[in-house]
Design a protein around this ligand. Structure first.
Ligand SMILES: CNc1ncnc2c1ncn2[C@@H]1O[C@H](COP(=O)(O)O)[C@@H](O)[C@H]1O
Ligand SMILES: [Zn+2]
Length: 348
């Protein structure tokens, strides 16, 4: 990791709502994966973007290709998922929504169904071990795979929505934003919504996607990933902003991811400022803590130092994230109680 956050931010109870499983693999886990597959000749520099480094978003997507080669068996997925969950818990995350794109393997016998089952097993294993975190899962659609795969993925997610004891709660739309068009995915997304899956959609992560964002906002989604170019100051439009406000759709904001992926020029220009000033629900998230060498404590600290937030304001930010989770009301209540119980300890 680039730096370590101060004690206050580490002890702050946190909610993480935007974390891609294979983007969240730590250096420690990466070492284990590399030693399992030495023939791939992967070096650490190929799987993470270190301090002060930047890459184009295209280069970031090359990184995921390398990681996917390293994580291609049931055993790998189980290890990666349990490690990632334990790491978030150790960083003070008390509720986590993980997302991942089910993949199948021609040589490994892995199926998409088994992929999802394995992530669910990892969640249950951590629960049984007493790891202090509640975890839910969002099944992800990679937009580059088109209409049919999207529909298949929704069917798979729906199956697990009904059979996973509440662990699968929703659907994510992600992948290289410059590839494919959301209009091809609308039937699948409508179906998902109708069967009760919550929707978190990557939207306006790159410039000049107003038309696509408008289509997606009409669904409307339950949360938005990034939304970097929605507002008029960066080439979006007031009507897009109004749709977000009218439907009160929370934004998942990932500062370091946007800086290192070069869609935002520097921390102080991050759109967190725009939405926070409007008082709109904005949740600080990591996106890919492994690839971008960060953790959620650090992201909270960066937001606080960049935008001059007091400790009380930071506390409120993490507490208000509870209202944006996809798990039902009972979980929100439990988490709110947990926050209240911890408040004294964190501020002492
Ligand atoms: C940097 N901004 C981003 N924008 C869009 N999609 C992203 C992303 N970061 C990650 N992903 C999506 O998550 C996958 C890796 O995790 P999983 O294999 O699904 O667990 C990537 O292949 C991409 O589809
Ligand atoms: Zn993302």
């Amino acid at each position: 990791m680039d730096n370590e956050a101060d004690v206050f931010y580490r002890e702050l109870p946190k909610v993480e709502l935007h974390a891609h499983l294979n983007g969240s693999v730590s250096v420690r886990t990466m070492e284990k994966l590399i030693s399992r597959k030495p023939h791939l000749n992967v070096e650490h520099s190929m799987t993470a973007i270190g301090k002060g480094q930047r890459r184009t978003l295209d280069e970031c997507f090359q990184v995921f290709k390398v990681i996917h080669q390293l994580v291609d068996t049931e055993e790998d997925i189980l290890m990666v998922a349990t490690d990632v969950i334990r790491e978030f818990a150790a960083d003070g995350v008390r509720y986590l929504e993980l997302r991942s794109t089910p993949r199948e393997g021609i040589n490994t016998g892995l199926t998409k169904k088994r992929y999802v089952e394995t992530v669910i097993n990892a969640i249950q294993q951590c629960k049984n071990e007493g790891v202090d975190i509640d975890v839910r899962f969002l099944v992800a659609i990679d937009r580059r795979n088109g209409t049919e795969v999207a529909m298949e993925t929704v069917k798979l997610a729906e199956e697990f929505l009904l059979s996973s004891d509440g662990l699968v709660v929703g659907l994510d739309l992600s992948g290289d934003p410059k590839v494919g068009h959301a209009k091809d995915l609308l039937p699948a997304l409508h179906k998902a919504k109708n069967c009760g899956l919550k929707l978190s959609l990557h939207l306006s992560e790159v410039p000049a996607q107003q038309e696509e964002s408008d289509l997606l906002l009409n669904l409307p989604p339950d949360r938005i990933g990034h939304g970097t170019f929605l507002h008029p100051e960066v080439g979006g439009s007031q009507s897009l902003v109004d749709k977000v406000l009218k439907n009160n759709i929370p934004l998942e904001l990932c500062l370091t991811s946007n800086i290192k992926g070069q869609t935002v020029p520097c921390y102080s220009k991050h759109h967190f400022k725009y939405w926070y000033q409007l008082g709109h629900p904005s949740v600080i998230c990591t996106d890919d803590k492994g690839v971008f060498c960060t953790d959620l404590s650090q992201e909270y600290q960066l937001a606080a130092t960049t935008f001059g937030l007091s400790r009380e304001a930071v506390w409120k930010l993490s507490q208000q994230a509870i209202d944006c989770i996809f798990a039902p009301e009972t979980m929100k209540k439990q988490l709110k109680q947990k926050w209240t119980d911890l408040q004294h300890q964190v501020f002492q």
